[in-house]
Write a protein that binds this ligand. Structure first.
Ligand code: SF4
Length: 240
């Protein structure tokens, strides 16, 4: 099945989130997310893992949309909230707080009081994949959820941040499937695309993903991530 053949059917965010959480479409990912939730990491042995697909986080009418790759096995797959409970989340929410979008600088648990200002974070694939590498088939199986999240957000969203090349590519595929006249630009940290559609202006902006692979090696620094989020936030008038 082609990406654009899978039209979104869900029309409210709570229903979409319910549908995502109940999904068991990808056998390999269902098996992995549930196995990780049983075996657990030693340091989290006493915790009950979420072990299900992870929906987006943030208000239903965001001006800024942030798109990541997939839940972390011991992060969002453990806590149930995207980018929560691991190093990637520490970086992302830390940067969002620094630029004035996140209420608190940390994101440790689903009930920590974190709130995002007019911003929503979603992922291309909603189940934790082995090695953080979903297959193309798994990406395409999850595409209707991404399209639905975009469809529900786009009436208010004008800036979209893609974290990593996998998410950057998915942003273009999804916008094209939804009829936006957007031309793809090769992924690079800080790459931007401006376009207009039906009288509205949009900004797409790319960042390296805040994975340990990038943050430990210094490929992505905190100022680099903050700069991208600030540009997106200012364009969307989340930050003034
Ligand atoms: S990755 Fe997406 S489509 Fe596949 S099982 Fe998880 S939620 Fe369902």
């Amino acid at each position: 099945m082609e990406w654009h053949d899978q039209l979104p059917k869900v029309k409210t965010l709570p229903l979409l989130d319910q549908e995502i959480i109940a999904c068991r479409k990808c056998p390999r990912l269902v098996q992995w997310r549930e196995e990780v939730a049983v075996v657990k990491r030693k340091s989290y042995q006493d915790e009950i893992y979420w072990g299900k697909p992870v929906p987006g986080f943030g208000p239903a009418n965001p001006k800024l949309l942030i798109v990541g790759l997939a839940p972390g096995a011991h992060g969002a797959n453990r806590t149930g909230r995207i980018f929560t409970g691991d190093s990637s989340g520490d970086w992302l929410y830390g940067a969002l707080h620094k630029v004035g979008i996140a209420k608190i600088p940390t994101s440790n648990t689903i009930d920590d009081g974190q709130k995002l200002k007019e911003t929503r974070i979603i992922c291309v694939v909603r189940c934790a994949p082995p090695g953080n590498k979903p297959s193309i088939e798994e990406r395409d199986a999850c595409a209707p959820f991404l399209q639905s999240d975009f469809e529900l957000s786009l009436p208010t969203t004008s800036a979209i941040v893609g974290l990593g090349s996998f998410a950057w590519d998915a942003v273009f595929k999804t916008l094209k499937a939804l009829g936006h006249p957007v031309k793809k630009v090769k992924f690079a940290h800080g790459a931007t695309v401006n376009y207009s559609h039906l009288g509205r202006e949009y900004l797409l902006i790319a960042s390296y993903h805040p994975s340990q692979q990038n943050t430990f090696t210094g490929k992505l620094t905190r100022p680099m991530l903050e700069s991208v989020l600030e540009k997106g936030g200012r364009f969307a008038s989340v930050i003034r």
